[in-house]
Write a protein that binds this ligand. Structure first.
Ligand code: MV4
Length: 447
């Protein structure tokens, strides 16, 4: 087992990883930017190394600084958390070259899954259902129009280097094709330095369902059921839940096995998430695979009693997994509490937290790095807490979530709490019958 893990991240996930390391008897090294010197991860780790100024590219994305910090502290592994360097193939490779275990995917796996057209081809070969469309990259507008006429409009073109909605365009007729192609090419070239595009049939009003998997070094992969992440605004998830209101045991078994087959096809080791779109007929299609621990992993932990960070560390150290798939027998939901003003376009609201009261009680878990007197720096993402509520039924969880949100007091900044309170009272949300379009029609003006 590792003796010392460096955590190449900040905020709640850095704390989350420190907590598990402490329970496992593993020493921790925090790294921090000068904007984060008052941060809890710095205080709670056994050691802390300043790695640069506030901008991420000079600190949390600064590979030489982080490798140096690992070298001088003698860390034998690095946990990248989510975001930052967690899906950076170069960083994974450099860690391997320095003899530091990267607790995440190999450079080859990150590259393969990071190129969405390649990922899709790989999954298709492994027998995972994929959305009909171009084979690999779309070579020309003419070929795009030909394929679209064959499949029928609407279609969608996506950046192969994309994800999170950038470089993506929905096309409704052949007259629009050239302009959408030009726009998407321009946008993805500028954003990713790669303007490759691929084409798919557009799935209208899907659900976003993702399967949590974990694989070990011996080729075994198991799934820990799904998370429903359909409540998103501009590709930012706001609420996640498990099990999904639209997934029954049969669909769960099928999607779980599809995710396992896809992961095994690339010899996947570690925790990963296979994202699917599910259409109105209950047909599911591979969308992307994330080769990292995700923000919303705690809801899976709550219904499975797994510590996913512990599982990541164990498989990275070469310990085999049991190989049992998991079917949930409880419900869990996460509300992302962001320092944003939901009434004003979710505009960031960093600054001093003057006073704070966190909810507690039965079935309530908070993963957060903030405290009264803490100043949220403007340099990083705005999530300040995850409120995770667990219960015996979806109804119980929604009632309990409302109760917990009402106990949550934050003075000094605007947060997404008023939005979550309204959502928990929304009849359509409560019915479980909603799609990824739900928040497009939501009224945020009266929060
Ligand atoms: C789609 C789609 C419909 N049809 N692909 C959005 C982010 C990127 N990862 C893929 N996305 C989508 N791909 C086809 N063929 C709809 C979306 C989409 C979406 C997906 C999941 C969750 C929220 C979404 C919001 C808008 C669009």
């Amino acid at each position: 087992m590792f003796k010392k893990i460096l955590i190449a991240n900040r905020g709640e996930i850095a704390l989350r990883i420190i907590r598990t390391c402490r329970e496992m008897g593993i020493k921790t090294v925090a790294v921090y930017s000068t904007a984060d010197k008052e941060s809890l991860h710095v205080r709670f780790a056994d050691e802390a190394v300043c790695i640069g100024p506030p901008p991420s590219r000079l600190s949390y994305l600064n590979i030489p600084s982080i490798i140096s910090a690992a070298e001088i502290t003698n860390a034998d592994a690095i946990h990248p958390g989510y975001g930052f360097l967690s899906e950076n193939a170069e960083f994974s490779k450099i860690c391997a070259e320095y003899g530091i275990k990267f607790i995440g995917a190999t450079a080859e796996q990150i590259n393969m899954m990071g190129d969405k057209a390649t990922a899709k081809d790989t999954m298709k070969k492994a027998g995972v259902p994929v959305i009909p469309g171009s084979e690999g990259l779309l070579p020309s507008v003419e070929e795009g129009i030909r394929l679209s006429e064959e499949m029928g409009y609407p279609v969608i073109i996506k950046a192969t280097a994309g994800g999170g909605g950038r470089g993506m365009r929905v096309i409704h007729s052949s007259d629009e094709f050239q302009k959408m192609w030009d726009d998407a090419k321009m946008e993805s070239g500028a954003a990713f330095g790669n303007d490759g595009l691929y084409l798919e049939k557009f799935i209208e009003e899907p659900r976003h369902i993702e399967i949590q998997i974990i694989g070990d070094q011996y080729g075994k992969v198991c799934h820990l059921s799904e998370r429903d992440c359909s409540i998103q605004r501009r590709h930012q998830k706001l609420v996640e839940e498990t099990p999904s209101p639209i997934v029954n045991d049969e669909l769960r078994a099928e999607m779980g096995q599809a995710a396992i087959n896809g992961a095994q096809a690339i010899g996947y080791e570690g925790a990963g998430t296979v994202e699917f779109l599910v259409d109105k007929n209950g047909d599911y299609y591979f969308m992307e695979m994330n080769t990292r621990i995700q923000v919303e992993h705690p809801i899976t932990e709550q219904v499975t009693n797994y510590d996913l960070i512990k599982e990541q560390i164990k498989v990275a150290a070469g310990i085999p997994i049991s190989g049992q798939n998991y079917f949930p027998n409880a419900f869990s939901m996460e509300c992302r509490i962001n320092a944003e003003d939901p009434k004003n376009g979710f505009r960031p609201s960093p600054g001093l937290i003057k006073s704070l009261h966190l909810p507690g009680g039965q079935g309530v878990r908070i993963d957060s790095h903030v405290y009264a007197g803490y100043t949220i720096p403007p340099n990083y993402d705005s999530m300040i807490a995850k409120l995770i509520v667990t219960g015996q039924s979806r109804e119980e969880v929604i009632t309990r979530m409302k109760r917990a949100l009402m106990e949550f007091y934050i003075e000094g900044i605007k947060t997404t709490i008023p939005f979550h309170l309204k959502l928990m009272d929304d009849e359509q949300f409560k019915s479980g019958n909603f799609t990824t379009k739900f928040l497009e029609d939501f009224d945020f003006s009266d929060l």
